[in-house]
Design a protein around this ligand. Structure first.
Ligand SMILES: Cc1ncc(COP(=O)(O)O)c(C=O)c1O
Length: 353
């Protein structure tokens, strides 16, 4: 199956598996797992932070960061389509005890003015604003990369208001490869940042959250509280070490493939690209003018061994994400499959276009 439904679809390669098998392990709850410790040091160095913490998922990174940065009932200002708003099962409210104040960014990237409207120092009536949360790259924004000057402005705003700044770096390394800025350069504007290992980096599981020593020690308490502390976790942490070593530069291939995919899909009658230009590995497109719903297209392309999905209920928008298990040829096959699905279902179009 050519699986473009998400970059979480990557499976560990034979080389990564071999590296995992050979990993030294210990009890990570007691900080005795050499591979976990090495991964954490690597992530701290990479992001220019004092310390890092290996966690089972990016979702846990976000909720722990919110809980550490904010007192109960404080607000987190973020984009309306940011992951905690759309896909974390209410975790920020249930576990983090925070209120999410959503702004409508442009491709998930918002302005200082938009944030200012929601900032409140707290009063007998209003909740205090504790945190600004950005996503880099933006998932629902089609993999857009945050410009550094915008981050600098947000940093200034956060400092002026006694707030913290958090970066959801599920795809931070895609932003790094696409922009040429280092992870530490992006992270320098933030109090906390995390990187997902199980997306484009190709590891099977895990994420690493980074910040000051103090922040990470508090995050560690939450990790235990949530049951996220593991034992011989080096076996999976090793995949993260391997990924940082060998799977970062190749993200450029995924970005090039995403552009090929986008250009090809744009030539299919009735398909309209969203969020152009394609900056990284995520391609959103609207199939409304084909007269078909995504499910109908999906059913046909599935039979051709292609999966895209990502369609949101009642929406005509689809999302295709490139990653290391998808080649240039696979993208071309996916384009053909979508084209055929559209033309077979709407034969009149084949003569119209
Ligand atoms: C932008 C963003 N943040 C957070 C997450 C959550 O990561 P995880 O699946 O590791 O919990 C995702 C996952 O798709 C994501 O795209």
């Amino acid at each position: 199956m050519i699986d473009l439904s998400s970059d979480t679809a990557t499976r560990p390669t034979a080389e990564m598996r071999a590296f995992m098998v050979a990993a030294p392990v210990g009890d990570e709850q007691r900080r005795e797992d050499p591979s976990v410790n090495e991964l954490q040091e690597l992530a701290a160095t990479l992001t220019g932070k004092e310390a890092a913490l290996f966690l089972p998922s990016g979702t846990m990174c976000n909720v722990i960061a919110y809980a550490v940065h904010c007192a109960r009932g404080e607000t987190v200002i973020l984009d309306q389509e940011a992951h905690p708003n759309i896909a974390e099962r209410g975790g920020p409210a249930v576990i983090g005890n925070v209120i999410l104040r959503s702004v409508a960014g442009e491709r998930g990237i918002f302005t200082v003015e938009q944030v200012k409207r929601f900032i409140n120092p707290g009063s007998t009536h209003a909740a205090r604003s504790g945190l600004i949360s950005v996503e880099n790259t933006t998932n629902r924004g089609g993999g857009a990369v945050w410009p550094l000057p915008r981050l600098a402005e947000l940093r200034e705003l956060a400092d002026a208001n006694g707030m913290k700044l958090h970066m959801d770096g599920a795809r931070l390394m895609n932003a790094v490869v696409a922009s040429g800025n280092s992870a530490a350069t992006f992270a320098a504007y933030t109090d906390s940042v995390w990187v997902d290992l199980s997306k484009g980096l190709g590891a099977p599981v895990g994420a690493v959250l980074a910040g000051t020593h103090e922040f990470i020690e508090e995050a560690r308490l939450w990790k235990h509280l949530l049951g996220g502390a593991m034992r011989q976790a080096g076996i999976i942490a090793a995949a993260g070490i391997y990924a940082f070593r060998y799977n970062v530069d190749r993200l450029a291939d995924d970005h090039a493939n995403a552009r090929v995919l986008a250009e090809g899909l744009a030539t299919v009658p009735g398909i309209r690209l969203l969020h152009a230009p394609i900056e990284t590995n995520i391609v959103y497109f609207d199939v409304k003018e084909t007269g078909l719903m995504p499910a109908a297209i999906e059913a046909v392309i599935n039979q051709r061994g292609v999966r895209i999905g990502g369609a949101y209920s009642q929406s005509t928008v689809m999302r295709a994400v490139t990653h290391l298990d998808v080649s240039r040829e696979d993208c071309e096959r996916a384009i053909d499959a979508v084209r055929d699905a559209v033309l077979v279902a709407t034969p009149a179009r084949s003569t119209t276009f």
